[in-house]
Design a protein around this ligand. Structure first.
Ligand SMILES: NC(=O)c1ccc[n+]([C@@H]2O[C@H](COP(=O)([O-])OP(=O)(O)OC[C@H]3O[C@@H](n4cnc5c(N)ncnc54)[C@H](OP(=O)(O)O)[C@@H]3O)[C@@H](O)[C@H]2O)c1
Length: 312
């Protein structure tokens, strides 16, 4: 099968298209024919290993010392069940599915084998019927992150919520989910994305390139930093002080992404009811993965970037 392999950490050019053996599912695995994957920030970290000290140490111990132990990288997938192992109960060939591969990686390929049950090596569920495979990859990654961290806020009707980094993959989903939960939502992004974030339902927007502080007297019940610790601004520092008495601030980098098919089902419901819409900046073919990584690495993608995997 066709796949993108990464033998060592480095610039996007370390990614090479190759022919590799097609995986065969074990008894407790399904084989997914992949129709789309994505270039997420996680894929950028895994390819480049550009991480600050000391985080880089556990990262390299987990993923690989000089390059990823799993030659085929890629974290997100949407596709179709091709074959199932004999112990598989939930899925049958032809089912349309989506999810993330966890430590299996392997989504930059025509096929990947995954366990049916949630584990460190991924999660799988039925894909929202009204989304394309490319769109489904956006809500899998962004939706899992957004739900996981918004749940920490236990958001109640009319609470004031601020999403810092409202224009990224997780931020665009967090704005929409927080609105659906009844919050009054303020989104932070740069000038070019203000209108887009408003169109997702944000009640107010703040431009971090123009404003260094949160207006005086404005307090939030929950603040989610959805761009993570590496990207900051004077405004972000000011946000941390703009919490109400019982307010909570959390960063999307606090803890590991949980592989949860239960959350994938929730995302599917939200998508099918029209509560969330993925924001897709660009779509590249798998053959242009290097270009796609270069683009995402610039750090200003709107929503996310998907990759179409055309089967032979
Ligand atoms: N906890 C975990 O296990 C886990 C797993 C995966 C990912 N993550 C974290 O999740 C993060 C989110 O990734 P993502 O794809 O959703 O979003 P992202 O790619 O980081 O967000 C892109 C957006 O960030 C905005 N941005 C860039 N610099 C900014 C700044 N200084 N202040 C505010 N906004 C800024 C850009 O908007 P403008 O163009 O408008 O500036 C762009 O639209 C990752 O970077 C990673 O840190 C955590």
């Amino acid at each position: 099968m066709k796949a993108v392999i990464c033998k060592k950490y480095g610039e996007p050019e370390v990614l090479k298209l190759a022919e590799v053996p097609k995986p065969i599912p074990k008894d407790n695995e399904v084989c997914v024919k992949i129709h789309a994957t994505a270039v997420t920030n996680s894929d950028i970290f895994i390819r480049s290993s550009k991480l600050p000290f000391p985080i880089i140490i556990p990262f390299r111990l987990m993923i690989g010392i000089t390059g990823p132990r799993k030659l085929i990288i890629g974290l997100v997938y949407s596709g179709e069940i091709e074959t199932v192992g004999k112990n598989i109960k939930r899925f049958k060939p032809g089912d349309l599915v989506y999810g993330i591969t966890g430590f299996t990686l392997g989504a930059y390929a025509e096929y990947v084998c995954l366990k049916e049950k949630d584990s460190k090596v991924g999660c799988i569920s039925f894909k929202p019927y009204n989304l394309s495979h490319e769109e489904a990859t956006m809500v899998a990654y962004g939706g899992l992150l957004a739900f996981q961290y918004l749940e920490q806020g236990n958001i109640q009707q009319e609470q004031k919520v601020l999403i810092y980094g409202a224009s990224g993959t997780s931020g665009t989903l967090a704005v929409q989910i927080a609105k659906k939960l009844g919050a009054e939502v303020t989104g932070v992004c740069s000038t070019a994305n203000l209108e887009m974030v408003k169109s997702l339902g944000a009640d107010y927007v703040i431009d971090y390139t123009k404003q260094d502080s949160v207006p005086q007297g404005l307090y939030f019940d929950f603040i989610l930093d959805s761009v993570g610790k590496a990207k900051t601004s004077k405004l972000k520092d000011s946000c941390k002080k703009a919490l109400s008495a019982n307010g909570k601030y959390t960063s999307i980098d606090n803890g590991a992404l949980i592989n949860s098919s239960q959350r994938l089902n929730k995302i599917k419901d939200y998508a099918e009811f029209g509560y969330i819409k993925p924001v897709l900046d660009k779509i590249y073919p798998l053959e242009e993965i290097v270009e796609a990584h270069r683009y995402v690495e610039k750090g200003h993608k709107k929503g996310g970037v998907a990759i179409t995997v055309k089967q032979k």
